[in-house]
Design a protein around this ligand. Structure first.
Ligand code: MCA
Ligand code: AMP
Length: 426
């Protein structure tokens, strides 16, 4: 599923790339979004467009029986390669992902959740929507996240669950702080019937957890997951939720930490987090080499570095500097660099993620310009917006005479990141 899924971005060929890569035959869209499909090339496999309204009007039919190993879903994710890859999950892996969460977080038919996340990622489509459907619970949807609308919905006091990325909690806190006292009281009271509020997709800053607790009375449950594996680690529903930690393996999930040679590390030592079990995806769509490279002895290599401390896992960072997490979206620095290099004024470039209190990381670009060329941040942003999703657009620009390189001529990304930090943080 691509950006087409919900009303987030304006029409351009980038929205139809996943539909084309996945060989989609039928596209189901909201009538309002249907015109975007005009950009689908005539040669593509898309034969039919169905609108949600038309589908809903058709007579109901019963669901077919499908084998567990049949492919069920493709979600596109960025990695250390330039182009996003299609992550294929089967009916069996989806069932395992959903039942793991339904069990751990005790979903019930009388739960009611508000979906504020996009449907083209696991967080929205599996953790929120599929778990609600599986449990017979109710899922209310916002067209897209809006802090005031979300607070107004929470204030009604009938939600029992809420799940979001740290940036959304940051934005809800900012809206609460800007609101008059009466409104604040209403909003905080609305959290009263909630039984669980979850944060994930990126590291939850401890100060966000603490402020949210003051405002809502809830200690956010932080969990860790990835498109390829669904959710892997979670703080407990009952019991101590440790700030800065992501807890222990969820039901059905096995994890291990290994060193660079793939050998399990001794307790207390950081290592790459690897995951095994029925929740793990089948393959990257039509990328057998990438699929093979993603596994080591049957374990999925997450590329995240973690440590086990007093029985709970802590995520320490990623093994690649080329992966950026911004607003909960994973993006590839290499994908943005490839696009920037096609700009006539750009001779060479380096894209980095720089820590940011609101977005987790912000996309920043350092450029060497071609002779006699000039480029401002807003010109660059306007040009990139035509070619990439909005959250991939650089938020800061540094024009340099020469990018920092090591003796082998390789760009040193940590040095590039320093160009964007305040002097005291360098
Ligand atoms: C938008 N803006 C940004 C960014 N995105 N600025 C800096 N960095 C960004 N990343 C700017 C826009 O240019 C605009 O500025 C203003 O913010 C509002 O833009 P808009 O698109 O309306 O933003 P938003 O609607 O407030 O979006 C923020 C968001 C969204 C709701 C946090 O990013 C989001 O839905 N994130 C969740 C992604 C997600 O579901 N991830 C899960 C992946 P101006 O006003 O100046 O134009 S699944 C996963 O990770 C695994 C499995 C897991 O563990 O869950
Ligand atoms: P995605 O590929 O979009 O599914 O993003 C998965 C990545 O998000 C993981 O590999 C982690 O780097 C990051 N992530 C998810 N949850 C957490 C968390 N609670 N803390 C830190 N990083 C997280």
């Amino acid at each position: 599923m691509g950006d087409l899924a919900r009303g987030r971005s304006r029409g351009s060929p980038r929205h139809v790339a996943p539909a084309a890569d996945a060989d989609a035959a039928v596209v189901v869209a909201d009538a309002e979004l249907a015109p975007r499909l005009d950009a689908v090339p005539a040669a593509s496999t898309v034969r039919q467009l169905r609108t949600v309204g038309a589908l809903a009007a058709e007579p109901r039919s019963s669901l077919p029986d499908v084998p567990d190993d049949r492919r069920a879903m493709i979600l596109y994710t960025s990695g250390t390669t330039g182009k996003p890859k299609g992550v294929v999950t089967t009916h069996g892996s989806l069932r395992a992902q959903v039942t793991s969460l339904v069990t751990a977080w005790e979903w019930r038919a009388d739960d009611r959740i508000l979906l504020v996340l996009p449907l083209h990622h696991v967080h929205g489509i599996v953790n929120v929507l599929a778990c609600a459907l599986w449990s017979g619970a109710r899922c209310d949807m916002l067209g897209q996240f809006d802090a005031l609308e979300t607070w107004a919905r929470i204030a009604r006091g009938d939600l029992t669950l809420f799940m979001a990325v740290p940036t959304i909690y940051h934005k809800l806190i900012a809206a609460w702080e800007a609101a008059p006292p009466e409104r604040r009281r209403e909003w905080s009271a609305g959290c009263g019937r909630m039984r669980l509020m979850v944060s994930g997709s990126a590291a939850l800053p401890v100060r966000t957890l603490e402020r949210w607790r003051e405002i809502s009375g809830h200690t956010l449950l932080e969990r860790y997951g990835m498109t390829e594996i669904g959710m892997a680690l979670s703080n407990p529903l009952r019991g101590e939720r440790r700030p800065g930690f992501v807890g222990t393996p969820l039901p059905g999930v096995e994890v291990r930490l290994v060193d660079e040679r793939g050998a399990p590390v001794v307790a207390g030592t950081p290592g790459e987090l690897q995951v095994r079990g029925p929740t793990v995806f089948l393959e990257y769509w039509r990328r057998p080499d990438a699929t093979a490279a993603a596994f080591q002895d049957g374990w999925f290599r997450t590329g995240d570095v973690a440590a086990l401390e007093r029985g709970s896992y802590r995520i320490l960072g990623r093994s690649s500097v080329d992966i950026i997490k911004t607003g909960g979206y994973k993006i590839s620095a290499l994908e943005i660099e490839e696009v920037l290099r096609t700009h006539p004024a750009v001779a060479e470039c380096a894209v980095v993620g720089v820590e940011d209190a609101e977005w987790g990381e912000r996309v920043c670009a350092a450029l060497e310009l071609a002779p006699a060329c000039d480029l401002t941040l807003s010109e660059l942003q306007g040009w990139v917006k035509e070619r990439l999703a909005p959250y991939k657009v650089p938020r800061a620009l540094s024009v340099v005479r020469a990018l920092p390189r090591n003796a082998l001529g390789k760009v040193m990304k940590p040095e590039v990141a320093k160009l964007f930090r305040a002097p005291h943080q360098r």
